[in-house]
Design a binder for this molecule. Sequence first.
Ligand code: PGA
Length: 252
Amino acid sequence: MRQTIVMGNWKMNGLTEKVKSLISDVSRETNSTSTNVVVIPPYPYLALVRSLLVNTPICLGAQSVSEFQQGAYTGEISADMLADVGCQYVLVGHSERRQLFAEDNATVARKFKQAVEYGLTPVLCIGETLEAREQNKTIQIVVSQIQAVIDLCGIEALNQSVIAYEPVWAIGTGKTATPEQAQAVHQAIRGWLTEKNLEIGQQIRILYGGSVNGSNAQSIFSMPDVDGGLIGGASLKAHEFVTICHSFDTTD
Ligand code: PGA
């Protein structure tokens, strides 16, 4: 059995008061879930959130990381720093980073490598555009996004990672993939990895992301190759996020 995970990616949202109330509500109401819960606030709030999470099972993650180790890189945040302030997870290759900040597969692979080197768990975000889906290129695209990481870091590095499949057309659009569409891609990814390395293919957690909310989480999470969710908009609403975190508890 793979341990299930639900992650809340707050993106560039939330000031201090919002951060405090969200963490207070989420930590109070996710105590009893068997799912791992991870919150991913913006950088300036990592230390605050870490202090609010003491004595809770909730883990802390960051939204991105520098591809560089240290030094004269103004505005960058290193993997070493993220580990130092208590992060356990870090997103790499989120589609907003790929699309708005020109991160290509090679950059994402370098970020992944930094994360692994400093003991963080990289959450490798992959996914196709609507255009690519319509041209039946979904699997080709997601596989090439993973292959770039394997080329730089070796397949063993995936042991220490999580994959998040997020179709670009489903992110923030309210248009979620159907459970069957998500399952088909997750199964293909797992099958492809299993051919390369049986253990990694079977053990790696593959999360779904893209317009997951309290009403659709349970049906998506009921799919055999969906091990959790990466939640954007709905993670800013405590009640919705808590419902999503509990969705696995009721799918068995
Ligand atoms: P969304 O975002 O849940 O708002 O669609 C998901 C994500 O970007 O991780």
